[in-house]
Design a protein around this ligand. Structure first.
Ligand SMILES: C[S@@+](CC[C@H](N)C(=O)[O-])C[C@H]1O[C@@H](n2cnc3c(N)ncnc32)[C@H](O)[C@@H]1O
Length: 461
């Protein structure tokens, strides 16, 4: 005879406090991304795809996990402004895991309008499973207050922020970036559009490096990019599945980065050319395009200070003939002055031009990061100009529109008596609104690319 099941469930009953709840896959994955960003400075755009692959979430859950992780990271400033008024201690004194859980729950309430019982209960379950029962009471109480305050618009009203403060909270940027964007745009005209463009998930752009672009369009199902003759824009899907990407004939590369490499290619120059330099080349995106498009007989030297980045360039360049990869500091180069006809300086920078794909960077970077980078950029540009021969050109590029990293650096270099600045816009007649004075500036809201800055300088003597 089979024993009757015990009343109240099977087997030994466990105390509810020690029971590990079944955690929601999408929300747990989003939490794990927030936690890795907070505790070990992980990059969400690198970690999330890896977690989605490992955990094999179905497409709906993967989409929700992405929306949650990216959204909560991006909205951190607004979420923290709300939470600050609801928690009795300074947020910095909370267990960082609890703070991330509060952000995750609050984001669902104010931006996604997830029904409050679902947002609160699932976050409380997560808290119990991750931190313990003790913390779940606090999370429950605070999130109920967030829910009672309404959506983001209602919360912005309640916070009473005005002017730039409100713009910053409404568009999920720290104040100093709002100021920097206004400065770079030269006014308020499309400041809000520029800031809002950092909300959009960027399209994936491919570069047809060693193949015909039409072939890549056919293989990927994408559309030809509007500006770079090598670009294909993908509506969706995983580019890693494409045979041409796996073989290195094509690669993922923002169309703005392609234009930066094209600037070097298109720069007018006199005399025979034999040698080009990519001075800060890692991981090799632009070097890969330069190697594939340079005229025959031109040797490409690609350098990066970090040996592991130089190794990535080696992998990118693969079996390209007449290339050389060096682990070298561009400020103290091993090559002789005047060695190169064309020099690309894609300088290390704050990366503020790629906020769409790196949602956490706006909160990780601070205004204090800019000055040391500008100082390094100035030294690198000086060295790049010394590396170019008389009549040769230097393309100075940053993935940041910040004035201190862009026009200010070029202005300092242009004070040298052996340098002239060349206008960029005439080299890109097909790209509207690219001119920033003599220089070039791409913007997500205008061009659908990262906010790349480009300047061109010539050694005159
Ligand atoms: C913006 S990234 C370059 C991206 C690259 N051009 C591409 O398209 O893939 C800047 C690079 O500069 C390198 N770097 C930083 N300081 C440097 C220095 N003093 N000399 C040479 N490279 C440096 C960094 O390691 C980093 O790989």
């Amino acid at each position: 005879m089979t024993p009757a099941p015990r009343k109240g469930g099977q087997g030994r009953r466990r105390h509810p406090a020690t029971r590990r709840p079944v955690l929601d896959g999408a929300r747990l994955t989003a939490y794990d991304v927030l936690d890795a960003v907070t505790s070990r400075e992980a990059f969400a755009n690198l970690l999330l795809p890896q977690l989605l692959r490992e955990r094999q979430l179905d497409p709906r859950d993967a989409g929700f996990a992405t929306q949650l992780a990216y959204g909560a990271l991006r909205a951190q400033g607004t979420l923290d402004a709300i939470l600050t008024g609801l928690v009795s201690r300074p947020l910095a004194e909370l267990d960082p895991r609890v703070l991330d859980l509060l952000r995750l729950g609050a984001y669902q309430l104010i931006d996604l309008r997830v029904p409050s019982h679902a947002a609160v209960d699932t976050t409380v379950d997560l808290t119990r499973g991750i931190v313990g029962t003790g913390a779940s009471g606090l999370v429950n109480a605070v999130l109920r207050k967030v829910a009672a305050g309404g959506d983001r618009a209602a919360w912005l009203e309640a916070l009473g922020a005005e002017g730039d403060e409100r713009l910053a909270l409404a568009t999920d940027h720290p104040r100093w970036i709002v100021d920097a964007w206004r400065d770079a745009l030269g006014g308020d005209d499309d400041l809000e559009s520029a800031l809002l463009a950092d909300f959009a998930a960027p399209e994936v752009h491919l570069v047809a490096r060693r193949m015909d672009r039409g072939e890549l369009v056919a293989e990927s199902g994408g559309e030809p990019g509007p500006w770079s003759p090598y670009a294909v824009r993908l509506g969706g899907g995983d580019p890693g599945r494409l045979a041409s990407v796996r073989s290195g004939r094509a690669a993922v590369q923002d169309e703005g980065s392609q234009l930066a490499a094209l600037l070097l290619l298109r720069a007018p120059i006199e005399g025979r050319e034999t040698a080009w330099l990519d001075m800060c080349a890692g991981p090799g995106g632009k070097a890969g395009l330069l190697a594939a498009t340079r005229p025959e007989g031109v040797r490409l030297t690609a350098a990066d200070r970090a040996p592991h980045r130089a190794e990535l360039v080696r992998q990118t360049l693969g079996d390209e003939q007449d290339t050389e990869v060096l682990a070298a500091d561009g400020t103290q180069p091993p090559w002789a002055p005047g060695s190169f006809d064309r020099v690309l300086l894609d300088a290390p920078c704050t990366g503020l031009g790629a906020l769409r794909r790196r949602p956490e960077v706006r909160w990780r970077r601070t205004a204090d990061d800019v000055a040391p980078l500008a100082e390094l950029q100035t030294r690198l540009l000086d060295s790049a100009l010394r590396s170019a021969r008389v009549g040769g050109v230097v393309a100075y590029v940053t993935c940041s529109p910040h004035t201190a990293e862009t026009t200010d650096v070029v202005e300092r270099a242009a004070r040298r008596d052996d340098v002239e600045v060349l206008p960029v816009a005439p080299l890109f007649p097909e790209v509207p609104d690219i001119a920033r004075g003599d220089h070039g500036q791409l913007w997500p809201h205008r061009h659908g690319t990262d906010a790349m800055f480009m300047a061109l300088l010539r050694r005159t003597r």
